[in-house]
Design a protein around this ligand. Structure first.
Ligand code: AHR
Length: 516
């Protein structure tokens, strides 16, 4: 890894000459202006590996307990998580997906090869109805990723009509014939995915023209108002953002950004579970680098759109490790350790800091693929484990729709290499609708506990409750034999005196506090 951590991040984190404590957090409790959109806690489900088949969906005749084909264990876990938005059907899969293959009697749907992901046979038993009904069941807003790469304008326009029109027209009537009388509400529509790569290998100029053409024919039916998302840049491709801002501008409601925390040094992506301390710190360095990437894309957006009419949506993010040994190639099945929990916590803290521009983020992916919330198997009546990443999303729930609070964090830095220095802690704060202050603190240090003081300017703290996620080893994870190695517990090592909070947070742990 030869990138240095962003200047902007270092600006708020400086070497703190410890007095009594190792770190001090000062929260401006009355200065919040921006809401943290709940969609920052969004999820992504692709027809990839066992995300859909075996993960979310087992079909009505499965021995695995299910509701209309959806796994009961997974449904319950997702309801608990309050998933605000779910992106589907891809990913790369989306640009080869033809929605008519996934409607009508299941036995008549074509069985095709999934060309992007291991050549697995896709039987299309999970299609538009199954996806949109799932969203209704778990209370998530659907985010449809439309096929631009290998589809047509007519195909996408008719899909929108099929899903959202209540008129007496062929598309709406076809939906009725397939068992759904009332139109669904579909807000988010992606016009292509990774159009610079698997979604068509286009130039930004060519894509911009296509976007404009596709977008105009995707119409609002009845009360359904589409929010159109342009396929944005990968990581450091600032030219892509610049061209789209110039050529599409406010014709798009949002532009996406994809950024994976992937090992960029020494050979393969690396094992999800076998890594040393140095690799852990370097991973967090790569994760934190997203802030620099966001700042640069936002600066380009600000130039063209100072009023922030166009949102930035990080609609794919998370860790990407080597596939677990013994699993099917191309299915991107990976385990999830405490290291992944840190990547989740640090990323969410960063997204929240940029909540003026970032209005959605979708971690990749919801079940059994990349940095998932849930791992499942289909043996017997099926097993499920919640990953450390799931627990972070669950602990962070109070942030959804809270008001972001500016804060200053004074803490130490850790020099990992000549080019990489990272802060010992990562933080975020917000005020909930009922007036509580919620604070997240991740102690990145693997060895050292941190003694932390929290000041809430303009707010007298009287009570505090907290949850902690930690484990003996950073490489620990949950599996089907040990599903609860890592789970949140109540954190008690906190005191309040004169409205100021003091706490000792153990090495390699993440704490979320609720202050009232
Ligand atoms: O999430 C896995 C893949 O990563 C998606 O299909 C694609 O959009 C990205 O390259």
């Amino acid at each position: 890894m030869n990138k240095t951590l962003s200047i902007s991040l270092l600006a708020v984190v400086f070497a703190y000459t410890a007095e009594a404590q190792d770190a001090k957090i000062t929260i401006q409790a009355n200065q919040g202006t921006n809401k943290i959109k709940k969609e920052i806690y969004g999820q992504f489900a692709e027809h990839l590996g066992s995300c859909i088949y075996g993960g979310l969906w087992v079909g009505k005749n499965s021995p695995i307990p299910n509701t209309d084909g959806y796994r009961n264990d997974v449904l319950q876990a997702l309801k608990e998580l309050q998933v605000p938005v779910l992106r589907w059907p891809g990913g790369c899969f989306a640009d080869e997906y033809h929605w008519r293959d996934g409607i009508g009697p299941t036995e008549e749907r074509p069985k095709l090869q999934n060309n992007n992901w291991g050549g697995t046979i896709e039987d299309n038993s999970f299609g538009t109805h199954e996806f949109l009904n799932l969203c209704e069941l778990i209370g998530a807003e659907p985010y449809i990723s439309g096929n631009v790469g290998s589809g047509s304008v007519q195909e996408l326009a008719q899909w929108v009509e099929y899903m959202t029109s209540d008129a007496n027209t062929p598309m709406a009537n076809l939906r009725r014939k397939n068992g759904r009388e009332k139109a669904w509400n579909v807000k988010y529509l992606g016009i292509g995915n990774e159009s610079w790569g698997c979604g068509g290998n286009m130039t930004p100029e060519y894509y911009s023209d296509l976007y404009r053409r596709y977008a105009i024919y995707c119409r609002n039916f009845g009360n359904n108002q589409l929010y159109k998302v342009a396929s944005g840049a990968s990581d450091y491709d600032y030219t892509w953002t610049k061209v789209l801002m110039n050529k599409i501008g406010s014709r798009m409601n949002g532009i996406s950004l994809h950024y994976y925390t992937v090992k960029t040094w020494e050979g393969s992506k690396g094992s999800a579970t076998i890594f040393n301390d140095d690799e852990y710190y370097r991973t967090l360095g790569k994760c934190l680098e997203i802030e620099d990437v966001i700042n640069k894309h936002c600066a380009i957006m600000d130039e063209k759109d100072p009023d922030k009419k166009v949102d930035l949506l990080v609609d794919e993010w998370g860790t990407w490790w080597d596939e677990e040994p013994g699993t099917i190639r191309g299915h991107l099945y990976q385990q999830n350790t405490m290291r992944d929990a840190f990547v989740a916590a640090l990323s969410l803290n960063i997204f929240q800091r940029h909540t003026d521009r970032i209005k959605m983020a979708n971690i990749a992916q919801i079940v059994n693929v990349l940095q998932s919330m849930i791992l499942t198997d289909t043996k017997g009546s099926g097993h499920m484990v919640l990953t450390p990443t799931y627990h972070i999303f669950n602990m962070y729930k109070p942030f959804q729709e809270s008001t972001y609070l500016p804060l200053e964090t004074q803490c130490g830095n850790m020099k990992i290499s000549e080019t990489l220095t990272i802060p010992t802690i990562s933080t975020s704060a917000a005020k909930t609708a009922d007036g509580q202050i919620v604070v997240s603190i991740a102690n990145i240090d693997l060895q050292k506990q941190q003694e932390i003081e929290i000041k809430t300017e303009g707010y007298k703290a009287k009570n505090v409750i907290a949850q902690i996620l930690t484990s003996k080893n950073i490489t620990d994870y949950n599996d089907f034999s040990h599903p609860e190695t890592i789970k949140p517990t109540t954190f008690k090592n906190i005191s309040i005196r004169n409205g100021n909070i003091k706490m000792k947070i153990p090495a390699k742990s993440i704490v979320v506090l609720r202050i009232s």
